[in-house]
Design a protein around this ligand. Structure first.
Ligand SMILES: C[S@@+](CC[C@H](N)C(=O)[O-])C[C@H]1O[C@@H](n2cnc3c(N)ncnc32)[C@H](O)[C@@H]1O
Length: 219
C-alpha cells in the first residue's frame, strides 16, 4: 500500500521522508540517469518538468537552452525553485499545479520529464496524471520517467509506490510507445549504509536506489 507523503511539509522540514532530516531526493543536480539522456536528443522545447520539486532538472535543461516549465503541487518547492532562478535570465518558469487535474497547457509540451514523480502521485490519481500528461503534449512528444523499481523496498520500507517494468509499461502504453524500459538507479541522500541493500553508493556518497528508466514517444 502507498504511504502518502505531505510533500510540502517535507520541503519545509516539518516532516521527514525515509527517516532522514533532509529531503533525500534533493541532490543539487538532476538525476544522473536523466541528465545522460540529454545528449541523446530526448528533450525538445517546450519541456514539462512534471513534479519539478526545487527545480534542478528544469534549471539544468534551461541552462542548455531548452524552454522549460516546472510544475509541482508543493508551494514550498516552487518557492525554492523560483528563488534559484532569481538574477538568472533563463527560459524557465515555475508554477504550483496539481498534475492530476492540470488544465491550460493543452498540446503545449514536446517533452515531459518525470524524475521520481509518478510514484509520488496517489495510487488512485495516477490514471488522471497520465491523462493530463497526454493532454498537455504535442503529437510528437517524448516522455522520460525515472522511477523506483520493486527491489527498492529494502531501502525504503515506507514511501513511494514501486513498479515492476510490466506495471510501468501498462500505465503508460495507452498514449505512449515505449522506446526504452530498463533497470536504472536513483541517487538519493539516504544513510550510506543502506547502499549495502541497494546498488551501492556513488562517488558523492549517495545511495543508488534500484530504479526503472523509461523513454517513450507519443502514439
Ligand atoms: C520525489 S519528489 C521528486 C521531485 C523532483 N522531480 C526531483 O527530482 O527532485 C516528487 C515530487 O512530486 C510532486 N508531486 C506529487 N504529486 C503531485 C501532483 N499531483 N501534482 C504535482 N506534483 C506532484 C511532489 O510535490 C514532489 O515534489
Amino acid at each position: 500500500m502507498q504511504h502518502e507523503t505531505d510533500f510540502d511539509a517535507v520541503y519545509q522540514g516539518r516532516e521527514s521522508a525515509q527517516n532522514v532530516p533532509w529531503v533525500p531526493w534533493n541532490i543539487g543536480e538532476p538525476q544522473p540517469k536523466l541528465a545522460e539522456l540529454e545528449p541523446q536528443g530526448v528533450f525538445r522545447s517546450d519541456v514539462l518538468d512534471a513534479g519539478c520539486g526545487v527545480g534542478v532538472t528544469s534549471l539544468f535543461l534551461a541552462r542548455l537552452g531548452y524552454t522549460v516549465v516546472g510544475l509541482d503541487s508543493a508551494p514550498s518547492a516552487i518557492a525554492a525553485a523560483e528563488q534559484a532562478t532569481e538574477g538568472h535570465d533563463l527560459p524557465v518558469t515555475f508554477d504550483v499545479a496539481d498534475l492530476t487535474t492540470l488544465q491550460g497547457y493543452e498540446g503545449r509540451f514536446r517533452a515531459v520529464v518525470d524524475s521520481g514523480t509518478i510514484p509520488a502521485v496517489p495510487d488512485d490519481k495516477r490514471a488522471d496524471y497520465l491523462v493530463c500528461l497526454a493532454r498537455s503534449t504535442t503529437d510528437d512528444a517524448t516522455l522520460s520517467i525515472l522511477t523506483f523499481a520493486r527491489d527498492a523496498r529494502s531501502v525504503m520500507p515506507k514511501g513511494p509506490t514501486l513498479f515492476s517494468a510490466d506495471e510501468l509499461a501498462t500505465l503508460v502504453e495507452k498514449d505512449w510507445e515505449i522506446d526504452r524500459l530498463e533497470p536504472s538507479s536513483i541517487a538519493a541522500r539516504l544513510a550510506p549504509e543502506l547502499g549495502d541493500k541497494a546498488l551501492g553508493t556513488d562517488e558523492k556518497g549517495r545511495v543508488l536506489v534500484p530504479a526503472l528508466l523509461l523513454v517513450a514517444h507519443k502514439r
